[in-house]
Ligand binder design. Sequence first.
Ligand SMILES: Nc1ncnc2c1ncn2[C@@H]1O[C@H](COP(=O)(O)OP(=O)(O)OP(=O)(O)O)[C@@H](O)[C@H]1O
Ligand SMILES: [Mg+2]
Length: 387
Amino acid sequence: MCISNKIGPPVEGEDFFGREKEICKANRLLDRNHSLLLSAPRRIGKSSLAKRLIEEKKRQGWKCVYIDLEETTTEDGFLRLVIEAFKKNGVWKQFAEGMSKGLTSVLDRIEKVSLGPVDFNLGKREEQEDLYKNLKELIKHDEDTFIVVDELTLFLGLLNKNEKGVEKVAFILNWLRSLRQVSQTKVRWLFCGSVGLRNFTSTINLGYTINDLTEFGLDELTHEEAVGLLTGLCKSEDMDMSCELVDYTLDKLHWNIPYFIQVIFSKLAEEYDGEITGENIDMAYNKLCSENYLSTWSERLTEYREYEVPARQILKSLSTQPTGMEREAMMNILMTGQEVSKIEEVDYILSKVLEMLENDGYILKKESVRTFRSPLLRDYWYNKFVQ
Ligand SMILES: Nc1ncnc2c1ncn2[C@@H]1O[C@H](COP(=O)(O)OP(=O)(O)OP(=O)(O)O)[C@@H](O)[C@H]1O
Ligand SMILES: [Mg+2]
């Protein structure tokens, strides 16, 4: 078996390449009882890494759970996903003598949840609080357990838009925090999200609910890993590519995240006729700029809510300036058509937008100049939104 070309979903098993250092670090932290926050740019390989960690921990005999919150938009849906995933993986306690009536009744409903709709009385706040308190008590805290919650920020962002949204978000974050605070708990968590959870919680004054999480970073592949991935993909399809051309491709991509390597490879494979030339690589790159492989970066800007429009204005201008822009020039763009009295407000908006775009890997700050982090993304943006 060898690696195969996968573009889109998280990669697993043989298709997962590299990241040894990160896996080792995450393993060490989890073994020392840390819960982690993996908040990294779009498409960098967060979910793939999380799934690989699950494979590792399963091998060590831990109970593991993967919950993808992209699958739900409501509180009820959240609860259902958690209950079902915990049930499937044996995280809930069993019925036992002397268990309170409250716990027995919740366990009874948990048992029935996979059979069809079960009413958890989410309507009334007190009943809801009771339910969550009981659920907390029903978790087996004395067994090594690893729970991955993917796309938490995306889900909380949607929940936040509802009536009493902040209250709902606060409730869930506080509940999750209380689970991590159970004395001697052996349950460890990994929360993944593209949009910085820290940004999000701090804007609604809930920063304290995630302060106990250990920040875990993920960036581009090392040069050796990037070379290994591209060469491995070529080998799997019996394609010849010289070392010089591998370097040429990686230099051209500049920001070597595995997704970019996978998509450019897929274009090269489509046109392969026995050899790869520099011209083929340029053509594959240009195709990527005009097709939809990178559209996710544009689509996900809706998560920026009121900051989406200014973010788009900034990205559009930056895509025309390969050498980058200073803050003042960006202020001028956002101030166009605005009254002078708005200057402070716009200045704040710009700070916020730049912070979000940096966290999500769209842009990079070097001294006082911002540029697109990836020339591929910049050329795509220019093609799509300027030209
Ligand atoms: N370790 C890896 N080895 C090979 N390819 C990878 C690896 N990690 C990521 N990829 C490539 O990147 C794509 C996206 O990976 P993944 O879904 O894990 O990223 P993500 O950061 O979770 O993305 P999103 O921001 O959309 O949630 C995969 O389909 C694959 O093409
Ligand atoms: Mg993901």
